[in-house]
Design a protein around this ligand. Structure first.
Ligand code: ADP
Length: 498
């Protein structure tokens, strides 16, 4: 373990916090106090107690950030050569590598996730910056095949000033998957992290400044959705919005965007199916199911929260799954545990309410089912890893997103029924299947409604793979080259030669 990690863990254990966390917005290349002078607290979910304060922003702060971003976009950033933008992103990559442990520690404390998961997130963030650093000068546009007296081509112009609204479950990862391609494309940014998890986005903006981003290119304002997020997405100086969060808030953001006809990428919820057929490698499937639903305590939009099991293997598989689930150790993210806390008291209450309704409706709770207080934890917000045998495909335990460690199980006769069940909710984000028959895997991939399909490894892939949903899971794609094009607008140029 590095000294940064060892010292940081010791400091958190001794003081409950970390010295040197950002307290202000990052606007126009420097720390900037909130116009109102107000601050709010962020909690350590593993203790259920506040550990640090940050700026409680409002419309005045948003105005300053958007103004700084517009000036930086128009005066410098859009005209910086793509290769130079790539070099700055490369320097961000290097700095992130050097400072990875500090980012992981802060993310663990602020979001509650296990330290090992936070370290994995930071590795993914480094990879995202590396990927888009290399992509910045590879947006080639097209040559258009017109008659011989014409020259036609397209330009991929940066969209302008992009707003990023970031959720609390993957604070740094979600920030990075929007910020890195937006910078590579030549956009300036105003990002608003969730009020539950503000710190790593602020640290990323300051790191970008040290790496050579011109002042105003990357701004972060903190505060609540109502006071800071709403004025940002309604701002006429914003050219593009990337929103990741709940369906209800996404709809509000879409309404606000409509007023200014602002372009929008929405990454909303999910209730993703994970199908296990009888011919699958059942050991791999078991590992896959555990990771799909209990990683980050199930607070993942793409969690595999519906297990769709081949009836022939259901009993034996469920016995093993329940035994594994009962053995999972819960506790503070800094301790040696399998599942961390959920992010807030509010979210814990939401999960509990879903499970209470499922019980009241007569669904069978195979394990878990309650709020728990793990031995060794000093307070904190924990829900027992839970498996529910669903009564019917229309039960809310099957159709509604819970965003917690709660797995709904359904059984099916064959692949066709599995596909029908997989497609039976309003969501269509990702889907997984475990089978040794690639013909069946292919049929599933073709017929399931989802933005991404995993075969024999749930969550397989990386920054190269476009990500996003259909239907109530949203629209538009992040990651991959599609993620880069999300921040571009196409301009067609046609020249008549005489
Ligand atoms: P949750 O209900 O779990 O907090 P949300 O979808 O409401 O999830 O939050 C995701 C992000 O959206 C957060 O950064 C939050 O502050 C922000 N947000 C909430 N309401 C609004 C809004 N009306 N406009 C813009 N952003 C918002």
């Amino acid at each position: 373990m590095s000294t940064i990690l060892a010292d940081g863990i010791a400091e958190i254990r001794a003081t409950g916090t970390l010295a040197g966390l950002p307290r202000n917005h990052f606007i126009d290349g420097r720390w900037s106090t909130p116009a109102s002078g107000e601050r709010m607290a962020s909690d350590d979910p593993g203790r259920g107690a506040p550990f640090a304060e940050f700026a409680n922003g409002d419309a005045a702060d948003v105005d300053r950030a958007v103004e700084a971003a517009r000036a930086a976009f128009q005066k410098t950033w859009r005209d910086v050569a793509p290769a130079e933008r790539g070099r700055i992103l490369q320097r961000m990559t290097s700095l992130l590598r050097e400072e990875a442990d500090r980012f992981a520690l802060v993310e663990c404390l602020d979001s509650g996730k296990r330290l090992a998961e936070a370290q994995g997130d930071v590795r993914g963030v480094i990879r995202a910056f590396e990927y888009y650093a290399g992509a910045a000068d590879k947006l080639e546009g097209a040559r258009l095949p017109l008659a011989k007296d014409y020259i036609g081509f397209t330009l991929d112009e940066p969209a302008g000033v992009a707003a990023q609204i970031i959720p609390w479950n993957y604070p740094l990862s979600t920030a990075a998957r929007g910020i890195a391609p937006a910078l590579a494309a030549g956009c300036a940014i105003v990002a608003k992290p969730a009020e539950q998890t503000p710190f790593t986005a602020l640290m990323l903006a300051e790191l970008g400044h040290r790496a050579g981003l011109p002042a105003g290119v990357l701004n972060v304002v903190t505060g609540t959705g109502a006071r800071t997020g709403a004025p940002l997405v309604a701002h006429p100086g914003i050219d593009h919005i990337t929103f990741t969060g709940s369906v209800a808030t996404g709809i509000r953001v879409m309404h606000a965007a409509a007023e200014n006809v602002t372009r929008l990428v929405l990454e909303l919820g999910g209730k993703s199916p994970l199908v296990v057929l009888g011919d699958a490698d059942l050991d791999a499937a078991l590992d896959g199911v555990i990771e799909a639903i209990y990683e980050n305590a199930g607070q993942i939009c793409s969690a595999g929260s519906r297990l769709v099991l081949d009836r022939r293997i259901a009993d034996g598989f469920l016995d093993r799954l329940v035994a594994r689930t009962r053995g999972l150790r819960l506790g503070h993210g800094l301790d040696d545990v399998d599942v961390g806390p959920v992010n807030s008291a509010l979210q814990l209450g939401r999960i509990d309410e879903h499970v209470r309704c499922a019980k009241a409706a007569g669904n069978d709770i195979l394990c878990g089912g309650d709020i728990v207080h793990p031995a060794g934890a000093n307070g904190g917000w924990f829900f027992a890893p839970t498996i529910v045998a669903a009564r019917s495909p229309s039960d809310p335990i099957v159709t509604e997103e819970i965003f917690g460690p709660v797995l709904a199980v359904q059984t099916v006769e064959n692949l066709d029924e599995a596909i029908a069940i997989a497609n039976c909710t309003d969501y269509a984000l990702v889907a997984g299947i475990y089978t040794s028959d690639l013909n069946k895997a292919n049929r599933f991939a073709r017929h399931v409604d989802a933005g991404q399909v995993f075969v024999n490894e749930y969550f397989a892939g990386g920054i190269e793979v476009p990500f996003g949903g259909n239907r109530k899971s949203g629209f538009g794609r992040e990651k991959g080259m599609e993620g880069l094009r999300s921040y571009c607008r196409t301009k067609s140029v046609v020249m008549r030669l005489r």
